[in-house]
Design a protein around this ligand. Structure first.
Ligand SMILES: [Fe+2]
Ligand SMILES: [Fe+2]
Length: 187
Protein backbone atom coordinates (compact mmCIF):
# COMPACT_ATOMS: atom_id res chain seq x y z
CA UNK A 1 0.00 0.00 0.00
CA UNK A 2 1.35 3.40 -0.93
CA UNK A 3 2.01 5.69 2.01
CA UNK A 4 1.99 9.47 1.72
CA UNK A 5 4.35 11.50 3.87
CA UNK A 6 3.39 15.09 3.32
CA UNK A 7 0.77 16.29 5.72
CA UNK A 8 -2.14 17.43 3.60
CA UNK A 9 -3.98 20.56 4.62
CA UNK A 10 -7.53 19.55 5.48
CA UNK A 11 -10.23 21.30 3.48
CA UNK A 12 -12.29 23.15 5.99
CA UNK A 13 -15.78 24.19 4.98
CA UNK A 14 -15.39 27.13 7.33
CA UNK A 15 -12.83 28.77 5.02
CA UNK A 16 -14.15 31.31 2.58
CA UNK A 17 -13.15 31.00 -1.09
CA UNK A 18 -10.63 33.89 -1.05
CA UNK A 19 -9.07 32.40 2.08
CA UNK A 20 -8.78 29.01 0.41
CA UNK A 21 -7.19 30.57 -2.69
CA UNK A 22 -4.68 32.48 -0.59
CA UNK A 23 -3.88 29.35 1.39
CA UNK A 24 -3.46 27.30 -1.79
CA UNK A 25 -1.18 29.92 -3.32
CA UNK A 26 0.93 30.10 -0.15
CA UNK A 27 1.14 26.33 0.11
CA UNK A 28 2.17 26.03 -3.55
CA UNK A 29 4.81 28.70 -3.08
CA UNK A 30 6.24 27.02 0.04
CA UNK A 31 6.22 23.58 -1.62
CA UNK A 32 7.99 24.89 -4.73
CA UNK A 33 10.65 26.44 -2.50
CA UNK A 34 11.00 23.24 -0.46
CA UNK A 35 11.29 21.10 -3.58
CA UNK A 36 14.35 23.06 -4.66
CA UNK A 37 16.03 23.09 -1.26
CA UNK A 38 18.34 20.56 0.35
CA UNK A 39 18.04 19.75 4.02
CA UNK A 40 21.79 20.11 4.47
CA UNK A 41 24.23 21.96 2.24
CA UNK A 42 27.84 20.85 2.34
CA UNK A 43 30.24 23.55 3.46
CA UNK A 44 33.79 23.86 4.77
CA UNK A 45 32.80 23.38 8.41
CA UNK A 46 32.00 19.71 7.63
CA UNK A 47 35.51 19.03 6.29
CA UNK A 48 37.70 17.00 8.65
CA UNK A 49 40.80 17.51 6.50
CA UNK A 50 40.97 13.95 5.13
CA UNK A 51 40.00 14.00 1.43
CA UNK A 52 38.76 10.42 1.14
CA UNK A 53 36.57 10.68 4.26
CA UNK A 54 35.31 14.14 3.27
CA UNK A 55 34.11 12.63 -0.03
CA UNK A 56 32.31 9.87 1.89
CA UNK A 57 30.68 12.43 4.19
CA UNK A 58 29.57 14.45 1.16
CA UNK A 59 27.89 11.36 -0.25
CA UNK A 60 26.20 10.59 3.08
CA UNK A 61 24.81 14.14 3.14
CA UNK A 62 23.68 13.66 -0.48
CA UNK A 63 21.75 10.53 0.61
CA UNK A 64 20.29 12.38 3.60
CA UNK A 65 19.04 15.04 1.18
CA UNK A 66 17.55 12.29 -1.01
CA UNK A 67 15.53 11.05 1.98
CA UNK A 68 14.38 14.62 2.57
CA UNK A 69 13.49 14.83 -1.13
CA UNK A 70 11.38 11.66 -0.84
CA UNK A 71 9.63 13.23 2.15
CA UNK A 72 8.73 16.58 0.54
CA UNK A 73 7.73 15.03 -2.79
CA UNK A 74 5.13 12.69 -1.25
CA UNK A 75 6.97 9.65 -2.57
CA UNK A 76 5.97 6.13 -1.62
CA UNK A 77 7.21 3.97 1.26
CA UNK A 78 9.00 1.89 -1.38
CA UNK A 79 10.98 4.97 -2.50
CA UNK A 80 11.86 5.73 1.11
CA UNK A 81 13.02 2.13 1.66
CA UNK A 82 15.26 2.31 -1.44
CA UNK A 83 17.08 5.44 -0.39
CA UNK A 84 17.17 4.36 3.26
CA UNK A 85 18.87 1.09 2.23
CA UNK A 86 21.34 3.02 0.07
CA UNK A 87 22.23 5.19 3.06
CA UNK A 88 22.60 2.16 5.36
CA UNK A 89 24.90 0.37 2.88
CA UNK A 90 27.01 3.43 2.23
CA UNK A 91 27.31 4.24 5.94
CA UNK A 92 28.69 0.75 6.58
CA UNK A 93 31.13 1.07 3.68
CA UNK A 94 32.27 4.44 5.02
CA UNK A 95 32.65 3.20 8.62
CA UNK A 96 34.85 0.30 7.45
CA UNK A 97 37.13 2.71 5.55
CA UNK A 98 37.27 5.18 8.42
CA UNK A 99 38.02 2.50 11.01
CA UNK A 100 40.81 0.95 8.94
CA UNK A 101 42.44 4.39 8.65
CA UNK A 102 42.17 4.79 12.43
CA UNK A 103 43.82 1.41 12.98
CA UNK A 104 46.56 2.22 10.50
CA UNK A 105 47.45 5.34 12.49
CA UNK A 106 46.94 3.80 15.96
CA UNK A 107 44.14 6.18 16.84
CA UNK A 108 43.76 5.97 20.66
CA UNK A 109 39.96 6.53 20.57
CA UNK A 110 39.43 3.82 17.97
CA UNK A 111 37.35 1.49 20.18
CA UNK A 112 35.04 4.26 21.42
CA UNK A 113 34.60 5.51 17.87
CA UNK A 114 33.84 2.05 16.53
CA UNK A 115 31.15 1.60 19.22
CA UNK A 116 29.48 4.83 17.98
CA UNK A 117 29.45 3.47 14.42
CA UNK A 118 28.07 0.09 15.54
CA UNK A 119 25.32 1.75 17.58
CA UNK A 120 24.30 3.85 14.58
CA UNK A 121 24.15 0.81 12.26
CA UNK A 122 22.08 -1.04 14.89
CA UNK A 123 19.65 1.90 15.08
CA UNK A 124 19.38 1.96 11.26
CA UNK A 125 18.57 -1.75 11.19
CA UNK A 126 15.92 -1.30 13.88
CA UNK A 127 14.39 1.56 11.91
CA UNK A 128 14.46 -0.48 8.67
CA UNK A 129 11.95 -2.88 10.18
CA UNK A 130 9.40 -0.13 10.60
CA UNK A 131 10.35 1.93 7.53
CA UNK A 132 7.68 0.21 5.38
CA UNK A 133 4.98 0.94 7.94
CA UNK A 134 5.94 4.55 8.14
CA UNK A 135 3.66 7.48 8.51
CA UNK A 136 4.14 11.21 8.46
CA UNK A 137 5.30 11.35 12.09
CA UNK A 138 7.78 8.52 11.57
CA UNK A 139 9.30 10.21 8.52
CA UNK A 140 9.87 13.37 10.55
CA UNK A 141 11.48 11.38 13.37
CA UNK A 142 13.69 9.48 10.93
CA UNK A 143 14.88 12.69 9.28
CA UNK A 144 15.52 14.34 12.64
CA UNK A 145 17.48 11.32 13.89
CA UNK A 146 19.63 10.97 10.74
CA UNK A 147 20.25 14.70 10.50
CA UNK A 148 21.28 15.12 14.12
CA UNK A 149 23.37 11.93 14.39
CA UNK A 150 25.28 12.35 11.13
CA UNK A 151 26.08 16.03 11.47
CA UNK A 152 26.97 15.81 15.13
CA UNK A 153 29.19 12.75 14.48
CA UNK A 154 31.05 14.45 11.61
CA UNK A 155 31.48 17.73 13.50
CA UNK A 156 32.65 16.11 16.74
CA UNK A 157 33.93 12.52 16.66
CA UNK A 158 35.20 12.52 13.05
CA UNK A 159 36.65 16.04 13.31
CA UNK A 160 38.57 14.88 16.41
CA UNK A 161 40.12 12.08 14.35
CA UNK A 162 40.91 14.58 11.56
CA UNK A 163 42.84 16.76 14.02
CA UNK A 164 44.66 13.74 15.44
CA UNK A 165 45.71 12.61 11.96
CA UNK A 166 46.90 16.10 10.96
CA UNK A 167 49.17 16.25 14.04
CA UNK A 168 50.38 12.68 13.53
CA UNK A 169 51.23 13.26 9.83
CA UNK A 170 52.97 16.51 10.70
CA UNK A 171 55.06 14.76 13.38
CA UNK A 172 55.94 11.87 11.09
CA UNK A 173 57.01 14.18 8.23
CA UNK A 174 59.11 16.27 10.68
CA UNK A 175 60.69 13.04 11.87
CA UNK A 176 61.58 11.96 8.34
CA UNK A 177 63.02 15.41 7.54
CA UNK A 178 65.14 15.16 10.73
CA UNK A 179 66.35 11.72 9.72
CA UNK A 180 67.31 12.89 6.24
CA UNK A 181 69.28 15.80 7.75
CA UNK A 182 71.18 13.47 10.08
CA UNK A 183 71.97 10.84 7.46
CA UNK A 184 72.48 12.98 4.35
CA UNK A 185 76.16 13.46 3.39
CA UNK A 186 77.62 16.92 4.10
CA UNK A 187 78.62 18.94 1.05
FE1 LIG B 1 33.06 8.18 12.38
FE1 LIG C 1 32.73 9.52 9.21
Amino acid sequence: MEMRFVNRVSKSHVLTLPCRMAKGFLRGFICKKWLKMDLVTWNAQYSIGIDELDEHHRHLIFLLNKIYDVFVNEASAWDLAQVFDALTDYAQHHFTAEESLMQKWDYPDFNTHRILHNQFVKRLKEKREIVCNCNHRFAFELLAFLNSWMLSHILNADAKFGKFLAVKKCASSAESVGRSLIFSPRT
